[in-house]
Design a protein around this ligand. Structure first.
Ligand code: BGC
Length: 545
């Protein structure tokens, strides 16, 4: 049944991701801040989204730009103060926007006082708060686990004469979830923010929380089994099947504790990030089934270099049905970790518009990334401008994540596109300037207006976000499917190619609710319709009385 209460707002919602460093600077230090977000909330509300997810703004040495937290309950001064946060939250709520914040619980910064204490000795109060292990007899690391950001996942600590685990940078030590005090401390962090009134959490890397207690080495994958869905092909992280370094069943035990806490509050939500090249959708299914773990999981299927061909989309949804029928996905094409999808899939503006409409017809929730609504391409940066340690490590084959993190632009004529009057921490892309909202908002046919329209359509027809997916048909060029909710049936057909193709409207009476057809032809039942490149028809079935 589709009975929705206001607490279920997350189900099928459209979430707008803000990367705070690059959104809007208000104190001219070249880095975005919370006051900047507050200033732009009405722009976000006007887009029509339900919620924002704000990437980390907590106290941090910024080795991984905030994904390395040294105090989970403090705002980093570069982003403002707790008062600024409270004001921003209140403003968002007054505009009807939900606010989700990004909790990075799997690891902390090495500057966190917990780690500072843990590394001191093998027998202090927090000695087992991180994952410590003795070297092998030959002095090498305890096993073959790799860090995503390059090299071994183990870093030597001379004081303890032991290694500690880090799945990302060596300055991001992995918290030990086998230690009950660690779980308790992290639940306290969640409680702190829930009490402040946030509407939910985007949970970073939830399948990395727990490691195998026996520290077994991961098996190798054959070259054919490797895939680059979560790391670039030049990264040897793809060579392993990460059976033991992540995806442990105890992850769900912690998620259930977190969910129990969350359920004590009204209308809050958990969006878990599940990064796994082999078992992503299965894990999504396990973690979101039965209202006991996360409400939804962030899927990586459409964040890859692989284009959204009709076949890939239908294979993904079929697989989701097989392994996660009771689960809930959140789809994204772009975010702060991957090349912007217009560049990744080499899309024309028209193709990008078609993709945005397609996303708004997908069952699940949907996440759009700042600048996507303006049609941003990946920014090109020379090596000397790179900030991301991941890109610096794998340059030049992989340039890292700076190209998708360059600042927003607001006004085509203003200094730094209106982002900052200081020296922007990453250069504003010249290619983005003419795409500023000053050139797009309120302009018919602009990318921004297109997103607005597609989001409004999704809200007007709940079958698009929450309905069952029926009869998905993929051909070389077209993807057709129906969505059904409470008797409302919607038919969608997309030409996902550069060539024209003729399609048949299905039998029955249809009222077109959205279309991109040359000549604005309204198709009739059973009629052959010519879909030119990236054209589509979305139609509501008219039921006989
Ligand atoms: C975040 C990344 C971050 C990593 C480590 C992720 O998946 O999205 O930006 O570098 O977790 O926290």
């Amino acid at each position: 049944m589709s009975k929705m209460t206001p607490n279920d707002w997350w189900k099928g919602s459209v979430i707008y991701q803000i990367y705070p460093r690059s959104y809007q600077d208000t104190n001219n230090d070249g880095v975005g801040d919370l006051n900047g977000i507050a200033k732009r909330l009405s722009y976000i509300r006007d887009l029509g989204v339900d919620a924002v997810w704000i990437s980390p703004f907590f106290q941090s040495p910024m080795d991984d730009f905030g994904y390395d937290v040294s105090d989970y309950c403090a705002i980093d001064p570069m982003f403002g103060s707790m008062q600024d946060f409270d004001k921003m939250l209140a403003k968002a709520h007054s505009l009807g926007l939900k606010v989700m914040i990004d909790l990075v619980l799997s690891h902390s910064s090495d500057q966190h006082p917990w780690f500072a204490q843990s590394r001191l000795s093998r027998d202090n109060e927090r000695s087992d708060w991180y994952v410590w292990a003795d070297p092998q007899p030959d002095g090498t690391p305890p096993n073959n686990w790799l860090s995503i950001f390059g090299g071994s996942a183990w870093q030597w600590e001379s004081t303890r004469e032991q290694y500690y685990l880090h799945n990302f940078l060596s300055s991001q030590p992995d918290l030990n979830f086998h230690c009950s005090e660690v779980q308790g401390a992290l639940l306290d962090v969640a409680r702190f923010w829930l009490d402040k009134g946030v509407d939910g959490f985007r949970l970073d890397t939830i399948n990395f929380y727990v490691h195998d207690k026996q520290l077994r080495s991961n098996p190798a994958l054959s070259p054919e089994q490797r895939n680059e869905s979560i790391a670039p092909s030049v990264n040897p992280y793809n060579y392993q099947n990460h059976l033991y370094s992540k995806n442990q069943p105890e992850n769900l035990v912690f998620l259930k504790r977190l969910r129990t806490l969350l359920d004590q509050y009204e209308g809050r939500t958990l969006l878990g990030e599940v990064g796994d090249a082999q078992y992503g959708l299965e894990i999504l299914g396990q973690y979101t089934a039965g209202n006991q773990g996360a409400h939804m999981c962030y899927a990586f299927e459409f964040l890859q270099s692989r284009c959204l061909t009709p076949d890939w989309i239908s294979t993904t949804f079929a697989r989701l049905q097989d392994v996660a029928a009771d689960g809930w996905a959140c789809w994204a094409f772009s975010n702060h970790d991957v090349m912007r999808h217009i560049s990744r899939w080499d899309l024309s503006q028209q193709a990008a518009k078609c993709h945005s409409t397609l996303m708004m017809t997908m069952r699940g929730s949907a996440c759009i990334y700042q600048g996507e609504e303006l049609g941003f391409t990946e920014a090109k940066l020379p090596f000397h401008a790179l900030q991301d340690p991941y890109g610096i490590e794998f340059w030049p084959e992989f340039n890292g994540r700076d190209g998708c993190r360059t600042p927003m632009v607001w006004d085509a004529q203003a200094n730094n596109g209106g982002f900052s009057n200081g020296n922007a921490w990453l250069p504003v892309s010249d290619d983005h300037l003419h795409k500023a909202p000053s050139n797009q908002v309120g302009i018919a046919g602009s990318m921004y207006s297109h997103y607005q329209q597609a989001i409004a359509m999704r809200h007007a027809y709940p079958a698009l976000a929450r309905g069952e997916l029926l009869d998905m048909q993929a051909s070389d060029r077209t993807l057709g499917f129906q969505r059904e909710l409470d008797g409302q049936i919607i038919y969608c057909i997309f030409n996902l190619s550069e060539a024209p193709v003729q399609v048949d409207m299905p039998a029955g009476e249809w009222q077109v609710i959205e279309q991109k057809l040359d000549g604005l032809v309204v198709p009739e039942t059973g009629e052959k319709v010519m879909l030119n490149a990236w054209h589509y028809v979305i139609a509501l079935q008219i039921l006989e009385k």
